[in-house]
Design a protein around this ligand. Sequence first.
Ligand SMILES: [Fe+2]
Length: 385
Amino acid sequence: MLGSFKVRTPDWILFGFDTVRQVGVEAKRLGAGKVMLLTDPGVVKAGLLDPVYESLKGEGLEYDIFDAVEPEPSIQSLLEASKMAKQGKFDVIAAVGGGSTMDTTKLVAAMMTNEGDIQDFFGVDNVPQRGLPTIMVTTTSGTGSEVTRMAVFTDTEVNLKRVVSAQNILADVAIIDPNMTTSVPQPVTAATGIDAFIHAVEAYVALSASPLTDTICLEAIKLTAENLGPAFANGNDMAARYNMALGSFMAGISLNNAGVGAVHALAYPIGAEYHLSHGLALIVIFAETMRSISISCLPKFRKIAEAMGIDVDGLSPWEAADETVDGMTELARMVGLPTTLSEVEGDQTKIGQWAKAAHGEQRLLGNTPRTLSVEDVAQIFEKSF
Ligand SMILES: [Fe+2]
């Protein structure tokens, strides 16, 4: 692999215990003034805003809070947050939350400087100007949204996921403090953790992968596979939380540079149809999607197995790939996740419709190592029951 590649990251990334206490210093450096904080009720209840308030006050900064970010946010909820942003005199917009909060924050900030309707921003690089400066404080180890240029919204009118992918919504500062993840409920630890693992796997086999992302992905696969169980079993296992935060961050960097593929494309119609969290929508179609594309990159599957600690010595490449996919399923089952569409009461008569929608996600399918027709996609859905 001797190709050229580019690397996209936020300007600053602060990683480690107590980095959340830097939010005030960073906001001041970015020109605050007054900060708009976006969050959700669960984060408020868990007391995770306390160190943020302290840090902002410590720098003499003012702030106001929008605490109604929805899970898997609708376009409507984004517009509400944007309305509040436009009414206040904010200099910096900060997220304290998971992927839904960070995605909302990216577009709220962008809509402060870009004219036009939200519909104009969907797609690739359709945000012409950078928005107000942003700080992303993540409270989950999973989405990687703090370091990506993607934001996903639910279009409730047509039951579809709509994606903004734009360099101009990448955060100015990402803060990844493992302390912020200890109060995450067990099912959320599982669903977000598996999202991180899937980012690492999908970016590793992606057509846009580079030598840099390959190295990061394998380490992220190792970290998430080793630490998801311990973090799930004991939320206060600080080593596991640290390693999940690190794995998720690495997977996010890989996702932002190598991209993801078919698993995310197939998950979008499922998530929108059944109002599943992103991680759940991914994991119910993950195994069969991976089994289907494994034939295109068998040596990479052997490397994934090694990173996961699965012994594939002496197995043929095909057997090794199968064994790897089985190991992925076991990892998900170990943390109580469903791994088939039957378990989320999927409706088989919808397969044709889902296949068409998933196949339309050419940004993702075009980055997948196996070329998948609509029929291939439909077959993966069928096998996932
Ligand atoms: Fe994801």
